[in-house]
Design a protein around this ligand. Sequence first.
Ligand code: NDP
Length: 256
Amino acid sequence: MSNLFDLTGKLALVTGSSRGIGKELARGLADAGASIVLHGRDADRLAATAKEFSEVYGPQRIHSACFDVTDDQAVRTNIGKIEEAIGALDILVNNAGIQHRVPLLDLAVQDWQRVLDTNLTSAFLVGRAVARGMVQRGAGKIINICSVQTDLARPTIAAYTAAKGGLRNLTRAMTAEWAGSGLQINGIAPGYIHTEMTQNLVDDEQFNSWILGRTPAGRWGTVGDLAGPAVWLASEGSNFVNGQTIFIDGGMSVVV
Ligand code: NDP
């Protein structure tokens, strides 16, 4: 029997995979057999991650691309280079993102814009650049990394909440336009995951105990908790799943 979750021969780009959640999603896809294009802005960090992956999966399966996901020209140029030099992309994970915590009344317009550009517009830019080829070939998997914050609002992260809510709807809009061309576009909405982005929250005793009490599973998520769902959404096993955003949050979004 064929393995529904086997990604051998597939090429996947995971944005923001130099560290954190993206790195673990890339590892999950590589474990399932895919070749990976690692990505980030910090060239040194990206090179270190690429070296680590090459030692495990072999250099022929590991590639890297360094560009800013908010820069349309850089996105187009780099996606073109990847497809020319390495091959057609079968899987795209739009994962790169940032948080900026400040009360809404104090939020500067440029910070609002930076958060929207990085978490939402980036998925439009990279998604569009990659989907062009996918639509022509009649196949492709796109996974947008949203957040439990698409459904739950908290003070001080208004721009992030707006961006991730927009990303969930962009997932639906991409489905409306590209599902008929054989693409599956879905979202993953993680709950609170322990990474560099959230280290200050883990260190904040009051916030930490709020998270532990608010999450039915009674713990922070780990980056590894997200790899299985990503492999499934990238694989043939999810071929009739389209436009959905799956919450991987230890139950946070379904209890009050
Ligand atoms: P990290 O801060 O640990 O990693 C962010 C990654 O995104 C890095 O690789 C970074 O690259 C890259 N990145 C950021 N901005 C840009 C940019 N403009 N261009 C290119 N790359 C960029 O974050 P996490 O791993 O915690 O989060 C990953 C995703 O998961 C984000 O979209 C986040 O919103 C989402 N998420 C995270 C949760 C959590 O609890 N951690 C919960 C819900 C969702 P570089 O180092 O080069 O800057």
